[in-house]
Design a protein. Structure first.
Length: 442
C-alpha cells in the first residue's frame, strides 16, 4: 500500500498517469500495448525509477540502483530496465537539472554535430541547454538582451527583491521547476493566490463568484480535452487562439442551454396538456353522473331493470372519475417539481460575462500576452494537478543565475539573431548547428 501511494505521488509529480502508459510510452514500447503482463512490468519499472529519482534528485539515478530496488522476478529483464531508464532520462523525467553525476557526461557524439546554439536565455532556453549539456553537447546560448531570464526579471532594492516578470511557480505538485528548487536549495515560499473579485467597488457575491469560476474551470478543462484529442486549426490552416477556443466552448454551452430551455418548456407544455385532458374528462364524468342521477329521480321505482342499468353507468363513471382525478394530481405534482428547477434560456446573464472576463484577463496576466495571440494548446498539460503556488526568496532570476553558473554555461549576451539560413544539410549559424527551443511553462 505504501509503495502504491509512493508510485502514485511520483507519477503525479512527473505529470504522468501512474496506472497506465502514455501515448509516447506506447510508441517507444509497443509490446506493452498487447500484453497485460508487459504493461504491468513496465509501469512498475517506470514508477520505481520516478520514485527513486524524486526521493533524492541531488544524485544521479543509475541503472544498477534501479535494478536493486526491483524485487524478483521484475529485475530479470536487464534490457527493459535499461531502455526505460534511457527513455526517462531522454525526456527529462529523471537525471535532469543540477545533480551529482557518477557515470560522467557522454563523449561519443561526433564532432560534426556536437556544437549546438540555443537561441534565447529564457527559462526554456536555459532548460534546453542544460539538458543538451548533460547529453554531451557543447552548447552556446545567445541572448539578444543584456541579461538572462526572458520573461523573468528580479530587481534588488536594498535587501528586498521585486519581481517585475514571471514570479510564481504554479501547480507545484506537477511542476518540473520544483525539482530545480530542491536541487539549487533555494528557499520556497508558499503563496495564497485566492483573488476576491470586486465590481464597482463592491465585493462580488461569493455564490455568484463560485458559479462563474465553475463555468470558467469547465471551459478550461474542455479546451484541454479538445487540444489533446485533435489538432485545432482555423479554416485558413492557422492554429486556433485561446480566445477563440473559449468563445467556441461558450457557444456550445449556450447552445446546450437553449436546447435544455426548449426541452423544459416542451415537457411542461405536454404535462399541462395532459392535465387539461384529465380535467375535461372529469368535467364530462361529472355531467354524466348528474344526468343519470336526475334520470333516476324521474323514473322512480316503475322500471327496476332500467334503474339497475343507470346505477351501473354511474358506478363505472365514478371509477373513471377517480382514475382521472389521480392522474390529474400526478400532473400537478410533476408541474410543481418542474417549476422548482426551471431551465434558463442563457447559461450566463449578460452582466456575468464581465466577471467571466476577469478570469480571462488573469490568464493574459499569467501568459504575458493577449489571448488572441496565445495558441489554444498553451497550458493544456495532461495530468496537471493544482498544488500550491510557490515563489522563491532569492528571486526567480537568482534561481536561473545559479543554474547557469552551476554548469558554467557559455552565454553570449547582446547577441541578437536576425536571420537563420536553412540549407539542405541542416540549419546553420556560422558553421554551428542551431537548436530552436520551444516555450516551457513555469
Amino acid at each position: 500500500m505504501n509503495n502504491l501511494l509512493a508510485f502514485r505521488v511520483a507519477a503525479e509529480r512527473s505529470r504522468l498517469p501512474y496506472d497506465r502508459p502514455t501515448d509516447v510510452e506506447y510508441a517507444f514500447f509497443p509490446e506493452i500495448r498487447t500484453s497485460r503482463h508487459a504493461n504491468t512490468v513496465f509501469l512498475l519499472i517506470r514508477n520505481t525509477a520516478l520514485k527513486l529519482w524524486l526521493s533524492n534528485p541531488l544524485y544521479e539515478l543509475e541503472i544498477p540502483e534501479l535494478r536493486r530496488e526491483l524485487a524478483p522476478p521484475f529485475n530479470s529483464d536487464s534490457q527493459l530496465i535499461e531502455n526505460v531508464h534511457n527513455y526517462l532520462s531522454r525526456y527529462g523525467l529523471i537525471n535532469v537539472g543540477i545533480f551529482k553525476r557518477s557515470t560522467g557526461i557522454p563523449r561519443n557524439i561526433p564532432e560534426s554535430v556536437k556544437s549546438v546554439v540555443v537561441i534565447g536565455a529564457g527559462v526554456a532556453g536555459i532548460s534546453a541547454a542544460l539538458q543538451l549539456t548533460s547529453f554531451g553537447f557543447d552548447v552556446t546560448i545567445i541572448e539578444g538582451r543584456e541579461e538572462i531570464g526572458g520573461r523573468v526579471r528580479s530587481i534588488h532594492v536594498g535587501n528586498q527583491i521585486m519581481e517585475i516578470g514571471a514570479d510564481t511557480f504554479r501547480s507545484s505538485r506537477s511542476n518540473a521547476m520544483t525539482v530545480l528548487i530542491q536541487q539549487l536549495q533555494v528557499t520556497p515560499i508558499s503563496v495564497d493566490e485566492k483573488t476576491p473579485m470586486y465590481a464597482d467597488g463592491k465585493f462580488v457575491d461569493v455564490l455568484r463568484d463560485k458559479m462563474i469560476n465553475a463555468t470558467y474551470t469547465a471551459c478550461r478543462d474542455s479546451i484541454d480535452v479538445l487540444t489533446h484529442n485533435a489538432e485545432q486549426r482555423q479554416e485558413n490552416g492557422l492554429y486556433i487562439s485561446r480566445q477563440r477556443g473559449f468563445e467556441n466552448v461558450l457557444n456550445l454551452i449556450e447552445r446546450e442551454s437553449i436546447i435544455k430551455y426548449y426541452n423544459f418548456w416542451k415537457i411542461l407544455n405536454d404535462i399541462t396538456e395532459k392535465r387539461e385532458n384529465h380535467y375535461q374528462t372529469l368535467k364530462m364524468c361529472r355531467e354524466i353522473i348528474n344526468m343519470n342521477e336526475k334520470r333516476l329521480t324521474e323514473i322512480g321505482s316503475s322500471d327496476p331493470l332500467l334503474r339497475r342499468s343507470i346505477r351501473h353507468d354511474i358506478s363505472v363513471t365514478l371509477k373513471k372519475f377517480e382514475e382521472n382525478f389521480e392522474k390529474m394530481e400526478e400532473c400537478e405534482v410533476e408541474i410543481h417539481n418542474a417549476r422548482k428547477a426551471p431551465s434558463s434560456k442563457q447559461a450566463m446573464h449578460p452582466s456575468d460575462f464581465r466577471y467571466f472576463n476577469f478570469y480571462l484577463g488573469h490568464e493574459e496576466f499569467v501568459f504575458g500576452a493577449p489571448l488572441e495571440q496565445v495558441q489554444m494548446s498553451c497550458d493544456a498539460v495532461k495530468s496537471k494537478l493544482p498544488g500550491a503556488s510557490l515563489r522563491v526568496k532569492e528571486g526567480v532570476s537568482g534561481l536561473l543565475e545559479r543554474l547557469v553558473e552551476s554548469r558554467n554555461m557559455d552565454v553570449r549576451l547582446n547577441h541578437r539573431v536576425q536571420n537563420i539560413n536553412y540549407e539542405d544539410n541542416g540549419v546553420k549559424f556560422e558553421q554551428i548547428s542551431v537548436f530552436a527551443h520551444c516555450q516551457l511553462e513555469y
